[in-house]
Design a protein around this ligand. Structure first.
Ligand SMILES: Nc1ncnc2c1ncn2[C@@H]1O[C@H](COP(=O)(O)OP(=O)(O)O)[C@@H](O)[C@H]1O
Ligand SMILES: [Mg+2]
Length: 367
């Protein structure tokens, strides 16, 4: 059942989503921290067009931002494909098998990374992989599916509505009236995006149709929520338990906006003076316990595996609501998830080893 003595790890990065460059930085971060005495590492960079290329370890490890220019997968390296049993074949230059993969770790976010598609490819190839499976990844990516799952499991969340393409095209007036009942302010979001892309905060119903159109530029499925005010944004890094033990919550982190805006794309990637990340957060023990318990319950309810970051809102009255689960949270050395584990007592190299160990220990096929 377990893999070879010295497992071969496939690190997949880059990819077709807008988070391609961030993924390259993550790969360099992971390559600097992974224990190469214990694992053989095969980096595969997916170009923005979707070609899988075999990137030499030294090249992948050296990816960094140069003069404000974020790294990308160049496409100059030989193309490879993943075959049954985890055999990685070179299909360019000298064709033939180059490695047999024991465990894969996708370092990509967003569509084609954390939405179940690459997880399906790993399942088809019959290899173990870090993180959640197909259904959980897909449910975590689509905010409407995610919120429906939360509701089914009685996970506390704020009120929301889904606006589908037929809702918008065939019954717009009815749909606007239904959404207005949520009460201002509103948060209008593409169901499947991430990084706050396409999200608008609406404070006047006159602006609602434009906000819906903006979200629809990214996804015909639009999720609209009542905007919570006076809340704290709290995050918890959850790690699967070993040998069937319950999931482990980290200390909490807090995203503190220093302006009156929300945690939008700019605040996430061009932080400047807009946002403070408290790792760990300064929270009362009751809030810490409640948020950690909710994060673990969310991880279990969604059937998550490996890792997930659960983002929550703490209300002034002490209630905690879940905003979202991210099945492939930001994973550079400086990102919230690894930083929270660092603060909790597990270093970045230890965390990577733990995730690979959990993936190698799990059975193949339906679990
Ligand atoms: N219902 C809400 N009430 C208040 N703020 C919200 C709400 N929904 C989203 N936000 C703000 O918008 C940010 C991005 O929304 P989120 O749903 O987390 O999108 P993404 O998946 O792109 O991260 C949140 O971090 C928060 O600052
Ligand atoms: Mg978010």
């Amino acid at each position: 059942m377990t893999a070879t003595e010295r497992p071969t790890v496939l690190l997949v990065f880059g990819g077709k989503s807008s988070e391609h460059p961030v993924s390259c930085l993550t790969a360099a971060s992971v390559l600097a921290a992974i224990n190469t005495d214990k694992y053989d590492v095969v980096p595969v960079g997916i170009t923005a067009e979707g070609r899988w290329t075999l990137v030499p370890v030294e090249v992948a490890a050296a990816m960094k931002t140069v003069d404000g220019q974020l790294p990308t997968v160049s496409g100059e390296h030989p193309e490879v494909v993943l075959g049954n049993g985890g055999v990685l074949y070179r299909v360019e230059g000298e064709p033939g098998p180059v490695a047999t993969i024991d465990v894969a770790m996708s370092l990509m976010h967003g569509p084609y990374g954390e939405d179940g598609t690459i997880q399906g490819l790993f399942e088809m190839a019959g290899i173990r992989f870090v993180g959640s499976g197909v259904a959980t990844s897909a449910n975590g990516m689509d905010k409407a599916l995610m919120k429906t799952s939360f509701a089914r499991h009685q996970i506390a969340q704020g009120p929301w509505q889904l606006v589908t393409d037929p809702d918008w095209v065939q019954r717009r007036e009815q749909t606007l009236a239904r959404v207005a009942e949520l009460g201002l302010p509103l948060f209008v979001k593409p169901a499947r995006a991430g990084s706050s892309i396409g999200i608008t905060r609406v404070t006047d119903l006159a602006d609602l149709p434009d906000a819906i159109e903006t979200a629809r530029e990214h996804d015909p499925r639009v999720v609209i929520e009542h905007g919570l005010t006076g809340v704290r944004e709290i995050e918890c890094a959850v790690l699967q338990g070993r040998d069937g033990a319950p999931p482990r919550p980290s200390l909490l982190g807090e995203v503190r906006m220093l302006t009156d805006g929300f945690y939008d794309f700019e605040a996430k990637y061009l932080p400047g003076e807009q946002v403070a990340l408290d790792i760990p957060a300064t929270v009362e023990p009751e809030l810490e316990a409640a948020a950690q318990a909710l994060a673990v319950r969310t991880f279990e309810a969604m059937d998550a595996e490996g890792l997930a970051r659960v983002d929550m809102f703490a209300l002034p009255d002490g209630q905690v609501l879940v905003n979202e689960i991210n099945t492939m949270p930001g994973f550079t050395q400086y990102s919230m998830y690894p930083s929270l584990w660092q603060a909790t007592g597990m270093s970045y190299p230890e965390l990577i080893d733990e995730l690979l160990g959990l993936a190698l220990a799990r059975p193949l096929g339906l679990r």
